[in-house]
Design a protein around this ligand. Sequence first.
Ligand SMILES: NC(=O)c1ccc[n+]([C@@H]2O[C@H](COP(=O)([O-])OP(=O)(O)OC[C@H]3O[C@@H](n4cnc5c(N)ncnc54)[C@H](OP(=O)(O)O)[C@@H]3O)[C@@H](O)[C@H]2O)c1
Length: 294
Amino acid sequence: MKILIIGAEGQVGHFLTHDLGAQHDVSGTSLLGVDSWPALDIRDPAAVDETLSALKPDYVILTAALTHVDQCEEKPELAEQINVRGPEHVARACQRLGAGLAFFSSEYVFDGQAGPYAEDDPVNPKSVYGKTKLAGEKTVSELVERHLIVRTTVVYAYLPSSVNFFMQVLGRAQKGEPIRVPGDQVGNPTQALNLAQALGELIEQDARGIFNLVGTTRLGRDDFARKILEKLGYAPGVVQSIATSDLKQKAPRPLCGGLKTEKAQALLKKHPLWDLEQALDFTLTQMKEAQPAS
Ligand SMILES: NC(=O)c1ccc[n+]([C@@H]2O[C@H](COP(=O)([O-])OP(=O)(O)OC[C@H]3O[C@@H](n4cnc5c(N)ncnc54)[C@H](OP(=O)(O)O)[C@@H]3O)[C@@H](O)[C@H]2O)c1
């Protein structure tokens, strides 16, 4: 299959290009054209059209987004341009070419009053980020027949170029700094490679519709930090549980969140979604493999 990954330089794009590249003809784009990926800004409909018309992919995976939740709250017009208009441009180009499209969305489409949520539970986003992601979902599902909407959350891996939660906890632990983490935010942390592999399997099956692709273990963010530290061999006592409201963040967070995985797990035979133990063991292996041998 000829697959185009838009957002190949981001965290999820990194693992998608590496994993799917082994079995498919994969190309990618990045915002600034760094690394080996040519530049593409999804806000530019002509550029999106030109790129897709030249490559003629069978399937497009759109990971590119304004992912900084508080920045979306501060700059709602920018969030609308990147998270709603961008997906619309990509969806229209896919529609013209007859290509499939996988769009990345988030558990932030829910209000976090009564998680964990199934794919068909009523949505009610509270933040600009969540609202723009929901609008992107709607556009993609209306315009592209062969579409996949992937809802995920707290994606992490050992990836030095990323500021994901695992890398933040690791960085603080290495500096011996205390780690203040909300105990009232509950969700399912998701290993990025497992996410990439699971999406690849769904695409190969030509699955369509909304799928929650997250780790199967649901826990508080503070306990996730403690589990990471335990695995890394640091004392988990440095984690201080705080309330989300103490962080005075611009955007509201879904607190009692998390996503149910039964729908995806019923289809995933090669790459079932991992529990936290499996995911952290794998992340440690990623970390050791990336360190130079001493
Ligand atoms: N990471 C999570 O915990 C999480 C949770 C739920 C949902 N998701 C969704 O999953 C997807 C992938 O997340 P991720 O962790 O890989 O995010 P990421 O590392 O922030 O990657 C997003 C990429 O999009 C690029 N980008 C931003 N604006 C763009 C534009 N106008 N045109 C083209 N590219 C643009 C960014 O480039 P620059 O870095 O150069 O700005 C970045 O490389 C996103 O759609 C996100 O909303 C992620």
